[in-house]
Design a protein around this ligand. Structure first.
Ligand SMILES: Nc1nc2c([nH]c(=O)n2[C@H]2C[C@H](O)[C@@H](COP(=O)(O)OP(=O)(O)OP(=O)(O)O)O2)c(=O)[nH]1
Length: 136
């Protein structure tokens, strides 16, 4: 099976929640929610790839923080190795350059979205971390 290395960004603001992105009708996993990001290109490390993807997809420059989860998920036709990272800073409001929609989603509503299956462990981990740390 084809294998791809994918990085994705968890952008969180206390006032608004988590930035979630809806995959459009022409993408694979159409109609499912994900954390913005994409494939790591040859020669890139995760941080470089994530900064490039976020600039392309959201039009902003991010600082990449701590890793959250690295998991392997087998879809029907592809094995995805997904690595998610916290974003510690972004320089302007994200805009949907490639996604169908972007939404800021509160902690309470995060699990209600129809997520790309590979993202569920990340969703669970960020929920747990924010529930234990309600001040940040
Ligand atoms: N960007 C991103 N991709 C994810 C997540 N979860 C998840 O399973 N994926 C999958 C969807 C895709 O198969 C792959 C990411 O590739 P991509 O986002 O660069 O996909 P793409 O639009 O360039 O290509 P395609 O999927 O339309 O073929 O990883 C996630 O949270 N973020």
């Amino acid at each position: 099976m084809k294998e791809i290395e994918v990085v994705a960004a968890v952008i969180y603001e206390r006032e608004r929640g988590f930035l979630c992105a809806l995959r459009g009708p022409k993408m694979s996993l159409a109609g499912l929610w994900e954390f913005p990001g994409g494939k790591v290109e040859p020669g890139e490390d995760h941080k470089q790839a994530l900064k490039r993807e976020i600039k392309e997809e959201l039009g902003c420059v991010i600082d990449v923080g701590e890793p959250i989860v690295s998991i392997t998920h087998d879809y029907e036709d592809v094995r995805v190795r997904l690595h998610t990272y916290w974003v510690t800073q972004f320089d302007r409001a994200p805009i949907a350059k490639e996604h169908e929609q972007l939404d800021w989603v509160s902690l309470d509503n995060l699990l209600k979205l129809d997520w790309a299956p590979a993202d569920i462990p990340t969703v669970q981990k960020v929920l747990a971390s924010k529930q234990h740390n309600s001040l940040s």
